[in-house]
Design a binder for this molecule. Structure first.
Ligand SMILES: [Zn+2]
Length: 246
């Protein structure tokens, strides 16, 4: 069986969630993506950038019923999605930021999103570039977050006081700066999914091409048909006590 066939037809039961990052950027494209998920009865979660989330966007999402009733969840992403590191990998919550600065960013972002989105907001945090300091997790815990979402293989996995809801597959995966072609991508995705009972797919709507949309919805339709995939929202993966407190 080819990598593409194996990816499109999962032979074992899987749970799957989809996390789209960078809510607040390219609102029209975000709404198109969310509408496409709602129309297909598929859940999706959006990591919202607090400073980029406008009241106009919050109103549009509300008016179009793009909400939990249609399986759509929202949670907090990086405050301004800025890289503060002068060396090494990009990071908004890294070593160049003091504890008070990190605290202010996360607390202010949380307040802003709560004001704009109310109960639509889930107690989940996705750090930009899927990374932050281990100490950032204590801040999140203190501020009432129940889970952090990074990516499979993240160094944070073993050290978190919070629940972990890592994504498994970067749908727009690059290698040496170039997007993987679909057959190569399917090979990468199969490797990432090996041994996983729950698979998270990470999207960035802003940079998705028409071809990405087509591949994504062909894939998800195939998984729906297979009967082997249970689609869920990220909030369904939170510990039960966190859901009761939210
Ligand atoms: Zn991001």
């Amino acid at each position: 069986m080819s990598d593409i066939e194996a990816f499109m037809n999962p032979s074992k039961p899987l749970r799957c969630f989809i996390r789209d990052d960078d809510g607040g950027w390219d609102d029209d494209k975000l709404l198109r993506l969310l509408r496409a998920f709602a129309d297909r009865g598929l859940p999706i979660d959006v990591a919202m950038i607090p400073i980029a989330t406008t009241s106009a966007l919050a109103l549009r999402l509300q008016r179009e019923d793009l909400n939990a009733a249609h399986g759509i969840g929202y949670h907090q992403h990086g405050f301004a999605h800025l890289n503060h590191e002068t060396q090494g990998r990009k990071c908004e919550f890294g070593g160049s930021r003091s504890w008070p600065m990190q605290h202010a960013d996360i607390a202010d972002g949380q307040q802003r999103l709560r004001d704009l989105m109310g109960s639509a907001l889930d107690p989940i945090f996705t750090p930009p570039w899927n990374r932050c300091l281990p100490q950032t997790l204590s801040l999140l815990d203190e501020l009432g977050f129940a889970a952090i979402s990074t990516i499979k293989g993240s160094a944070l996995a073993a050290s978190a006081p919070l629940a972990q809801i890592p994504v498994t597959i970067d749908f727009q995966k690059r290698s040496n700066g170039e997007r993987l072609q679909w057959p190569e991508f399917c090979g990468y995705a199969n490797k990432q999914m090996a041994g996983e009972a729950t698979v998270g797919i990470m999207l960035h709507h802003q940079t998705m091409t028409a071809e990405d949309f087509q591949h994504l919805f062909e894939l998800l339709a195939g998984w729906q048909r297979s009967g082997n995939v249970e689609f869920c929202a990220m909030r369904d993966l939170l510990p039960a006590c966190a859901v009761a407190a939210a």
